[in-house]
Design a protein around this ligand. Structure first.
Ligand code: GAR
Length: 214
């Protein structure tokens, strides 16, 4: 049985999809806590409603990145977290934190990385005129929105899309690939070879979700 912590900053829909999958698919895991860096994150109420313990480690109450990351790391170590899932966690983590949790830190990012790291991915995808957009689940390295890719989901960009409609289409597939990839990690099927993730028993094809039906 592995211990999982989920970090959020906002609405927490990815967190909820992880909690549901953990229960419905009977993962060999215990979700020890949902931790938000903002006390007003709406996802905290959602987590409480799902009967998951919640905590706040407020970045505003720490003098800087190092102090916040030290407090967060202390809580995660106290919980005994084997996996730390960044589910809409909007803080850049220090290199020291990332190295300390290397191999157990997983992020979901709303673009087909390496395209559009950073913020406002949907608006930037529209501005760039791409026809294909999506989301990526990856192990975290000290470089922002970078690291061995576990799974990706691709969606079309449709005529008339704005950032909100595109975000909603991407979010729906995020809810499918994040639990899928976390399960591979819990089952110890992921190896990193020369900076790329390999997943035992899972083909490259299965690691891409194409949600192109119109
Ligand atoms: C998701 O789209 C997630 O990919 C993104 O924030 C949203 C959170 O939604 N994460 C990032 O942009 C991380 N850099 P949620 O709170 O409903 O899961």
């Amino acid at each position: 049985m592995k211990t999982v912590a989920i970090l959020i900053s906002g609405q927490g829909s990815n967190m909820a999809s992880l909690v549901h999958a953990c229960r419905e698919e009977r993962w060999p895991a215990r979700i020890a806590a949902v931790i938000a860096n903002r006390p007003q994150a709406p996802g905290l109420a959602l987590a409480r409603g799902l009967d998951v313990p919640v905590e706040v480690v407020s970045h505003a109450e720490h003098p800087g990145r190092e102090a916040f990351d030290a407090a967060l790391a202390a809580r995660l170590e106290a919980l005994g977290a084997d996996l730390v899932l960044l589910a809409g966690f909007m803080r850049i983590l220090t290199e020291g934190f990332v190295r300390r949790f290397a191999g157990r830190l997983v992020n979901i990012h709303p673009s087909l990385l390496p395209a559009f790291p950073g913020l406002d991915t949907h608006a930037r995808a529209l501005d760039a005129g791409v026809r294909l957009h999506g989301a990526t689940v990856h192990l975290v390295t000290p470089t922002l929105d970078h690291g061995p890719i576990l799974a990706q989901a691709a969606v079309p960009v449709l005529d008339g899309d704005d950032a909100a409609t595109l975000a909603a289409r991407v979010l729906a597939v995020e809810h499918r690939i994040f639990p899928m990839a976390v399960r591979w990690l819990l089952e110890d099927r992921v190896r990193v070879v020369a900076g790329r993730a390999e997943v035992d028993g899972v083909s490259a094809d299965e690691r891409l979700l194409w949600a192109g039906a119109r």
